[in-house]
Design a protein around this ligand. Structure first.
Ligand SMILES: [Fe+2]
Ligand SMILES: [Fe+2]
Length: 246
C-alpha cells in the first residue's frame, strides 16, 4: 500500500483545449498520464489528484475526463483546482454521493490512509500583478488584489480548519496536507497554510498549480521547519505520480 500524488491533469476529452502551446511536455499528456500511472500505482494504492482535472465548465462537459480518472488504478481522491468549474464548492457532498465508491472529492472532509488523515482544500495564493524594475526586481504589486487575496485565503483556511477538525475528532494525529495552490506566494516565507501545517505537525504538504520552469520555484520545496513540501504539478513531474508515503 502506497500513497501517491499528481496534480493538474488538465484533461479536455469533451472540450477543445489543446495544451501543446504550454510546452512540449504537454504533447499527448493524457497518454503519458495513463502510461505512468498504470506503471507506478497498484490497485491497493491511493492516488491524490491535486486539482485542475478538467477544462469542462459544467459537469456534463467533464464526464469523460472523470471517467478517464476513474479508470486509473487505485483509490482516487480529488482536490478542487482553480479551473475545476464543474465542482461547485457548495456541492462537494452531492459529488461524493454521485461518485461514491469510484472517486472521493476532498473538501470540508478528510480521507483515511492507514493511521494518517489526508486533509486538504484548494488553498489560495496572491499571484500579482507584480511591478518590476528594468532589472526584473519586484518593486511593488497590486495592493487591492492583495487585499482580495487575503479574503480568499481566509475562506480557504476555514475549509481547511474544518478538514483538520474532523480528522482530529475521528482520532487521527498524523496528517498529510494537500493544496492546489502553493502554500506561499513569491513574497512570503510563511503563510496561514504553513502555520496550520506546523500547528498540526503534518508530515508533508503537497501542492501543484505551478506550471513551467519559471514557476516551479514559486513556493517552498523540500524540508522547511521539519515538514516536507512537495510540488506535484503534472508538467513538473512529466506526469509520473510522486510517492508521498510508502
Ligand atoms: Fe493547472
Ligand atoms: Fe491551478
Amino acid at each position: 500500500m502506497a500513497l501517491y500524488a499528481l496534480g493538474d491533469l488538465h484533461l479536455s476529452f469533451q472540450v477543445h483545449k489543446p495544451m501543446t502551446p504550454f510546452g512540449r511536455v504537454w504533447k499527448n499528456h493524457e497518454r503519458k498520464i495513463e502510461k505512468y500511472v498504470n506503471r507506478i500505482v497498484k490497485p491497493e494504492d491511493t492516488l491524490v489528484l491535486t486539482g485542475d482535472h478538467s477544462w469542462g465548465r459544467k459537469l456534463a462537459e467533464c464526464r469523460e475526463d472523470l471517467e478517464f480518472i476513474e479508470r486509473l488504478p487505485g483509490r482516487k481522491i480529488l482536490l478542487r483546482g482553480n479551473h475545476d468549474m464543474f465542482w461547485d464548492a457548495k456541492k462537494t457532498e452531492r459529488l461524493n454521493q454521485e461518485y461514491a465508491g469510484r472517486l472521493f472529492f476532498l473538501q470540508n472532509n478528510f480521507a483515511a490512509y492507514g493511521d494518517y488523515a489526508l486533509v486538504g482544500t484548494k488553498g489560495y495564493t496572491f499571484e500579482g500583478p507584480f511591478y518590476l524594475d528594468r532589472w526584473g526586481n519586484i518593486t511593488g504589486w497590486d495592493e487591492e488584489r492583495e487585499i482580495q487575496a487575503e479574503k480568499l485565503v481566509e475562506r480557504e483556511m476555514t475549509r481547511l480548519r474544518e478538514s483538520f477538525r474532523q480528522a482530529r475528532e475521528a482520532g487521527f494525529r498524523k496528517y498529510i496536507l494537500f493544496l492546489h495552490y502553493p502554500p506561499t506566494n513569491i513574497l512570503e516565507e510563511t503563510s496561514p497554510f504553513t502555520e496550520i501545517a506546523e500547528e498540526y505537525g503534518v508530515t508533508a504538504v503537497v501542492y501543484s498549480h505551478c506550471h513551467g520552469e519559471r514557476r516551479f520555484g514559486d513556493s517552498i520545496r523540500g524540508d522547511f521547519h521539519g515538514i516536507r513540501y512537495m510540488l506535484v504539478s503534472g508538467d513538473f513531474l512529466d506526469f509520473r505520480p510522486a510517492l508521498v508515503l510508502p
